[in-house]
Design a protein around this ligand. Structure first.
Ligand code: CP
Ligand code: NVA
Length: 330
């Protein structure tokens, strides 16, 4: 628990179903105002600073956060692993107390999830998880926003209708590693009425505790969570097929054994269609992408919405920052 009592976004469970749908709608509204209406934000973060404490590389999350803070009129300060004493020459406790005493919010990308828990425990300002080994909550917000846009009926605008309506009963199939992205998907999809099926190789299943939480969320929502080792089983009946790298940041030394373990898991049009995906199946990937997990014929096809998904990192992170720093909570 937090010593300071400020709200954070550390895991997907920090958002209730209502808060989740509100964030997605808010992100759609920001996107509409900025891109369609050409409206300025009114600079609610003028004079405020958000620190980006990143102990791992990042393209999307960093660019999304820095541009979002700029749009809101604040200053984003990037603090990379080589720049500050983050956990190397100074404890996380001390770092958290010092940095939070001078900034208004922190976006933190860490290794072990326990690191962000320590930061949050002692921080006097809101912290958003920009990826840990167990969760990537802001990524799933962008995934859901993208699907909401794709499934909004013609004639309606995404910012005027609820994602709980457009996404209800869709089935998402995950084929790949039981990693942070899968964990976050498992926890969030039930909250918008979506089903999830997953196929991971033996030994690369999702974290058992998080799976238990996901089953609980699904029970509350009346949705399905299906767990397989065979990609074909998971893809059957799927509206959306998703994967991610087989080698997450920090696992580089396991590359050889992982490539072997994931043989047969590469997504191809042939595999997806012969497994019985829905005729209008769609593809998502959080990026960065390697060819190992998905071939070009899927990744660059009209069924793939990965670049829209990448852009939506900005609008969803913007909505989170606006809630936590301007409105002081979700
Ligand atoms: N999807 C994602 O988080 O990308 P980055 O690692 O480039 O931020
Ligand atoms: N699973 C990947 C996601 C990168 C955005 C990793 O943790 O490296």
């Amino acid at each position: 628990p937090s010593v300071t009592g400020v709200p954070h976004l550390l895991t997907d469970n920090d958002l209730s179903p209502q808060q989740l749908t509100n964030i997605i709608q808010s992100a759609c509204k920001f996107k509409h105002e900025a891109k369609v209406l050409g409206k300025a934000s009114g600079a609610p973060l003028a004079g405020k600073t958000m620190a980006l404490m990143f102990s791992k590389r990042s393209t999307r999350t960093r660019v999304a956060t820095e541009t979002a803070v700029t749009y809101l009129g604040g200053h984003a300060m990037f603090l990379g692993a080589q720049d500050i004493q983050l956990g190397v020459n100074e404890s996380l406790l001390d770092t958290s107390k010092v940095v939070s005493s001078m900034v208004d919010g922190i976006m933190a990308r860490v290794g072990a999830h326990s690191e962000i828990e320590t930061l949050a425990k002692y921080s006097t300002v809101p912290i958003i998880n920009a990826l840990s080994d167990l969760y990537h909550p802001t990524q799933i917000l962008a995934d859901l926003m993208t699907l909401h846009e794709l499934y909004t009926p013609k004639g309606s605008e995404p910012h005027t209708i609820s994602p709980a309506t457009t996404l209800k009963n869709l089935k998402l199939a995950w084929v790949g590693d039981g990693n942070n992205i899968l964990h976050s998907l498992m926890l969030q999809l039930p909250k918008v009425g979506m089903h999830i099926s997953m196929a991971t190789p033996k030994g690369y299943e999702p974290n058992a505790d998080i799976l238990k939480q996901a089953l609980n969320n699904a029970k509350l929502a009346g949705t399905d969570v299906e767990v397989y080792n065979d990609p074909k089983e998971a893809i059957k009946g799927a509206d959306i097929v998703v994967t991610d790298t087989w080698i997450s940041m920090g696992q580089e030394e396991e590359k050889k054994q992982r490539i072997q373990a994931f043989a047969g898991y590469q997504l191809t049009t042939e595999l997806i269609e012969s497994s019985g995906a829905k005729p209008d199946w769609k593809f998502l990937h959080c990026l960065p992408r390697k060819q190992e997990e998905v071939t070009d014929d899927v990744f660059y096809s009209p069924r793939s919405h990965v670049f829209q998904e990448a852009e939506n990192r900005k609008w969803t992170i913007l909505a989170c920052i606006n809630q936590l720093l301007v409105h002081k909570g979700f």
